[in-house]
Design a binder for this molecule. Structure first.
Ligand code: PEP
Length: 248
């Protein structure tokens, strides 16, 4: 039995003050929920504020990215040690927006995961196809490439996979529960063939998840949670997703 895992990716949203207001409103809404793992990944600037407010709560602190070097002359980058010093225990790596706007390749993603895991940070690895690729029936081929490139020479320990079809991110278009489960089942099968521990790894779905569709998505056997962008920016809507997932 895999414990449902709901993660908020705030992207480039929320100041320190907004982070504080969000967390103060959100924590009472999810108080006592232990059947779902809940994570919030604010911007780097808000990690300190979030860390202080989330201490001793049931919400895990995550970051949205990490660099593949330990320290040095890499202006603007953030190391695993810095994330650990902010009491971050998890990092999102390979989000499609980083691949699209910041030219992140599977090779870079692989190096980042290795650095995060070496430092005992848990990782949410994002993969998913574009609309063009889906329409050309290349979804599985794209997933194969992203999985083998990103997970090269890595075990599944400390890993979560987020399947995020790019055409569903921030567009209001959600994959149907059948489309989501088909891709998740494919990913799990790929992991079974290539790694140890495929049956216990959690696979989140990401792409316009909201309180209205989470129960339907979670009803699928291979959907173990969600990575949430837009709907994680309001305490009541993110709490609605968490409580929906708790029904699984
Ligand atoms: C995301 O960016 O990971 C995401 C799934 O965004 P949204 O929920 O807004 O589609």
């Amino acid at each position: 039995m895999r414990k449902p895992y709901i993660a908020a990716n705030w992207k480039m949203n929320m100041t320190n003050q907004e982070t504080e207001r969000f967390i103060n409103a959100f924590l009472p809404m999810v108080k006592g929920i232990t059947s779902v793992d809940i994570l919030i990944a604010p911007s780097f600037v808000s990690l300190g504020t979030a860390s202080r407010l989330l201490e001793s709560s049931n919400v895990i602190l995550g970051a949205q990215d990490v660099y593949f070097e330990e320290s040095g002359a890499y202006t603007g980058e953030i190391s695993p040690t810095m994330l650990l010093s902010a009491r971050c225990s998890c990092v999102i790596i390979g989000h499609s927006e980083r691949r699209q706007y910041f030219s992140e390749t599977d090779e870079i993603v692989n190096k980042k995961i290795k650095n995060a895991r070496k430092n005992n940070l848990e990782v949410i690895l994002c993969i998913g196809e574009s609309l063009e690729e889906r329409e050309a029936n290349r979804t599985f081929e794209v997933l194969d490439g992203q999985l083998s490139g990103s997970l090269k020479d890595l075990s599944l320990e400390g890993m979560t996979i987020a399947y995020e079809p790019i055409w569903a991110i921030g567009t209001g278009k959600t994959a149907s529960k059948e489309q989501a489960n088909e891709a998740h089942a494919y990913i799990r099968e790929w992991l079974r063939k290539n790694k140890e521990g495929a049956d216990s790894i959690r696979i989140q779905y990401g792409g316009s998840v909201k309180p209205e569709n989470i129960v339907d998505l979670m009803s699928q056997p291979d959907v173990d949670g969600a990575l949430v962008g837009g709907a994680s920016l309001k305490p009541d809507s993110f709490a609605g997703i968490v409580t929906g997932a708790a029904q699984k």
